[in-house]
Design a binder for this molecule. Structure first.
Ligand code: F6R
Length: 364
């Protein structure tokens, strides 16, 4: 049941500290700060590259993982839309890894892409939440997310647990390739171990997000901006808003705005900026300046220092707990989910069963 929550989506958002913690516990030893992966039927030290394939929110988890694979493990990686992947006829190295990500394990576009990848001599690894799915049966190796059943159509806890598993896979791959030192592995696993506690702190910010939602609920269009993995979280935030509140939203790389979409900016368009601390913060800050100069209303999600710096340029700021930049996409997904949730509640939509959508898409 929904317990004390109004919707399954709300309940599932609030379960995230617990289920992220459960998921991390099955791959990280907190005493040694090392990752242990099950046998995946592939030698992670020898694969030449990885193609990550999924749909929707699971694709966004894959897109974050793409950046992580390259930055942390120095493994060439691409993230591909499942319904486009095989028709594009990509050139794949025999013996490379094809990585599929799916909450349900049944999404037909992803399953068809998996079957096609097999014909191209790829090693098939899947990250799946459900048990005993078609994708699980057809993979060489499986990593499970321990999100538990997800009932709300909009994916929330499945996404953040996918990120948790993928972070562990990336760390394990970096170690196998010799591109990740033991000290750096300890640094990254320590950052992951902290995520459940920081996520619980974010859930305490519910009232501030409800106040931001009042402004967003009036809008016809909303822009979400970020750079690097925060760009992917911008796209995920926009997808959540679209699917449950029916407000048009776009997630865009902040630096690409001046090449077109900046023409959309006026006082009517809220601009949600995802700007965690890290090497890209200053670059994103200059994009906040651009939006402000054109009369845009910036809703900033950053840490305390970032919010203090940019407050004069923003209509609203949300100061999230400070975290290692590696894990920021996991943490920043949560306020994006809550914002969309509160907007949908204000709009009175059917939050758990939005129109035209199904939980598991089994037609092409
Ligand atoms: C968005 C959402 C969808 C799914 C997509 C893939 O909130 O839920 O975009 O992420 O349909 O589903 P799975 O992960 O079951 O393959």
């Amino acid at each position: 049941g929904k317990g004390n929550y109004r919707h399954f989506m709300e309940k599932e958002i609030h379960e995230q500290p617990a289920v992220i913690g459960d998921t991390l516990k099955s791959y990280i030893d907190p005493a040694t700060r090392t990752v242990t992966l099950p046998d995946l039927g592939v030698d992670l030290g020898r694969i030449p590259r990885v193609s990550i394939v999924a749909c929707g929110t699971s694709l966004y988890a894959g897109q974050v993982a793409r950046d992580w694979f390259e930055q942390v493990a120095r493994l060439p990686a691409v993230a591909e839309i499942a319904s486009e992947f095989r028709y594009r006829e990509p050139v794949l190295d025999p013996g490379a890894m094809a990585l599929f990500i799916s909450q349900s394990g049944e999404t037909i576009d992803t399953l068809a892409a998996l079957r096609w990848a097999k014909t191209q001599n790829q090693r098939i690894v899947s990250v799946i939440n459900a048990r005993e799915s078609a994708m699980e049966r057809e993979s060489d190796g499986v990593l499970h997310t321990l999100a538990g059943p997800e009932i709300g159509v909009a994916s929330t806890k499945a996404f953040t647990t996918q990120l948790a598993v993928l972070a562990c896979l990336v760390i394990g791959t970096g170690r196998a390739r010799g591109t990740l030192s033991p000290a750096r592995e300890a640094e990254l696993t320590s950052a992951l171990i902290e995520v459940p506690a920081r996520a619980a702190e974010v859930l305490e910010m519910d009232a501030a997000l409800r106040a931001m939602a009042e402004e967003v609920a009036e809008a016809r269009d909303v822009l979400y901006l970020g750079r690097g993995t925060a760009w992917t979280i911008a796209m995920e935030g926009a997808l959540k808003l679209k699917e449950i509140s029916y407000i048009h939203a776009e997630g865009y790389p902040a630096g690409e705005m001046k090449h077109g979409p900046i023409a959309l900016i006026d006082e009517q368009v809220p601009v949600v900026v995802i700007a965690p601390a890290g090497p890209l913060f200053e670059k994103t800050a200059s994009n906040v300046q651009e939006v402000h100069a054109r009369g845009g209303r910036v809703i900033l999600m950053s840490d305390k220092a970032g919010c203090e710096r940019l407050a004069p340029l923003c209509a609203h700021t949300l100061a999230l707990p400070s975290v290692h930049p590696f894990v920021a996409p996991i943490l920043y997904a949560i306020p994006a989910q809550l914002l969309a949730y509160h907007v949908a509640v204000l709009k009175g939509t059917d939050v758990d069963q939005p129109r035209n959508l199904a939980k598991s898409v089994t037609v092409e």
